[in-house]
Design a protein around this ligand. Structure first.
Ligand SMILES: N[C@@H](CCC(=O)N[C@@H](CS)C(=O)NCC(=O)O)C(=O)O
Length: 216
């Protein structure tokens, strides 16, 4: 195995995804800490790695890769066991739908660059975050309920008995939901999946508070 470097920030949910996936696959990496609050992601040096100015960036054998879901797919293809996606194409599509509910439907709306456009008012930002995260988690819960009805999937993870890429996306999203005080009571399947995943040691090791750059 070659070298793996991860440009990360403790509270970056997209970096959190990649930390979980690396832990799941038992891959050691060297972290490079990029402080989002200090704007280090917008430096010319970092933007040479990711022109969007977003974390994470994974450097594998000296080659930089960006966009967390593309990175997860790359890791799954390069280091196939244990797998992040089921084998059956229909199952893969259903897991990928859960992945995209978070990746496309929720997380982009909670990004710093978007919140800056919402305005400086903290209450306004919080209302925005609660609206879009709550809306997206409601859809995630509804899709889990549909899979339960159609396929008999009853957890403990998001897509049945095995940990998948859907769990990799869900855990950081629930971390953010808790951070912004979102009521998770209406989402029992989401809570069950998050509880099952966060009980796993490699998921706990990837948690924001467990990172060396975490601030109290
Ligand atoms: N779709 C991207 C999203 C990445 C992203 O939004 N990163 C956030 C942290 S979680 C970021 O770096 N934001 C910096 C900013 O808004 O200035 C991915 O999945 O990698």
């Amino acid at each position: 195995m070659g070298s793996i470097v991860l440009h990360t920030y403790w509270r970056s949910s997209a970096s959190h995804r990649v930390r979980i996936a690396l832990g799941y696959k038992g891959l050691a990496y060297d972290p490079v800490f990029v402080n989002l609050l200090e704007g280090q992601q917008r430096s010319a040096e970092y933007k040479a790695k990711n022109p969007m100015g977003y974390l994470p960036c994974l450097v594998l054998d000296g080659v930089p890769y960006v966009e967390s879901v593309a990175i997860l797919e790359l890791l799954d293809e390069r280091f196939s066991e244990p797998a992040l996606l089921p084998e059956d194409p229909a199952d893969r599509a259903r897991v990928r739908a859960l992945v995209q509910f978070v990746n496309a439907g929720i997380q982009p709306l909670q990004n710093l660059v978007v919140l800056e456009q919402v305005g400086e008012d903290k209450e306004k930002r919080l209302a925005w975050l609660r609206h879009f995260i709550g809306r997206g988690l409601g859809a995630f819960e509804a899709l889990l309920a549909r899979y339960e009805g159609e396929l008999g999937l009853r957890g403990p993870f998001a897509y049945g008995e095995r940990f998948t890429m859907a769990d990799v996306l869900l855990v950081p999203q629930i971390y953010a939901a808790n951070r912004y005080g979102i009521d998770l009571e209406p989402f029992p399947r989401v809570r069950r999946a998050n509880d099952a995943a966060t009980a796993l040691p490699f998921v706990a090791a990837a948690a924001p508070e467990a990172q060396p750059d975490a601030k109290p």
